[in-house]
Design a protein around this ligand. Structure first.
Ligand code: G1P
Length: 302
């Protein structure tokens, strides 16, 4: 069980192979794919920092060096831009190195999300911490992570984010069986299944990629055998935690999210994120939405 500190650390697993975006990800990490002009992972690091977690640990692998570079300073580029008097671009380049203190550790073999989280054990120590999955972008206007931290402060234990999904999509997610608590939008998690076979999900509540975890999860992960896909699954460790007594770091709550989430790990979701965020940007929105209206008016009727 954790010491009683409020969380200060965020862990972002970013070691995956990114096969869904081949060939773009043949020589480039999928986390660096641009959502308009910003790598997807920058949104996630920003979200952690906005929620007060400015110690960020990236779980990377051999091919992900450019992610670490993105959060580092680039003195040569800054000097060249400054010499041209382009202070706006100097600020843009500096912005991503000043979001948070970014550390990284490598996952040496791709043994699953649970294994990736276990790679954070030494850095995190004995405090609750957040895990943010890079494929899920949460709109910055929807303060999901903040609410989860607040729920963890009130209830203790671990907190996951849940979203109601169409039952036909349940097999793509971890799915939870839940009972209500006395706080609106917060449930107690009683059962969890990673990617259930169609028609067998315990409910329509799918796990989305935000977690606030008690450090007891590390000992549980060490004992968790490979599950779905022969990988060590975080979902399986969470089920063990859900059944452990609170004094041992157990119990799992869920925050039911009804806000805006973009699944940038999926090609359609990625396109939707780009279009929606571009239409809302002050600099691009007016011109882009004007074009979009004309373009969609010319589409053949479905
Ligand atoms: C992971 C988790 C799954 C969760 C999903 C959310 O799966 O294992 O439980 O529902 O993230 O995006 P992945 O999408 O990495 O296969």
């Amino acid at each position: 069980m954790s010491q009683t500190h409020a969380p200060t650390k965020a862990v972002i697993p970013a070691a995956g192979l990114g096969t869904r975006f081949l060939p773009a990800t043949k020589a480039m990490p999928k986390e660096m794919l641009a959502v308009i002009d910003t790598p997807a992972i920058e949104f996630v690091v920003r979200e952690a920092a906005d929620a007060g977690l400015d110690d960020v640990l990236l779980i990377t692998s051999r091919t992900k060096k450019s992610i670490e570079d993105h959060f580092d300073a680039v003195p040569d580029l800054e000097a060249a831009l400054a010499a041209k008097g382009d202070t706006a671009k100097v600020d843009l380049v500096r912005a991503s190195s000043n979001i948070a203190t970014v550390h990284s550790v490598r996952q040496q073999n791709p043994a699953g999300l649970g294994h990736a989280v276990l790679c954070a054990a030494q850095h995190v120590g004995n405090e609750p911490f957040a895990v943010l999955l890079g494929d899920d972008l949460i709109d910055e206007r929807d303060k999901l992570l903040r609410e989860m931290l607040d729920v963890q402060g009130q209830f203790g234990g671990s907190v996951i984010a849940l979203m109601e999904v169409d039952p036909a999509q349940s097999h793509l997610y971890g799915c939870a069986a839940v009972t209500p608590t006395d706080r609106d939008g917060v449930v107690r998690v009683n059962d969890l299944v990673e990617k259930p076979a169609p028609g067998t999900a315990p409910s329509n509540y799918a796990v989305i990629g935000r977690y606030v975890l008690d450090p007891a999860v590390f000992d549980v992960l060490r004992e968790t055998p490979p599950g779905k896909g022969n990988e060590i699954q975080l979902t399986d460790a969470l089920l063990t935690l859900a059944n452990l007594p609170a004094e041992q770091g157990g119990t799992v709550y869920g925050v039911v999210f009804t806000g805006r989430r973009y699944d940038t790990g999926d090609k359609l979701g990625y396109l939707q994120a780009v279009v929606q965020l571009a239409s809302e940007r002050e600099d691009l929105g007016p011109a882009f939405t004007g074009w979009l209206r004309e373009f969609s008016a010319g589409l053949p009727q479905a």
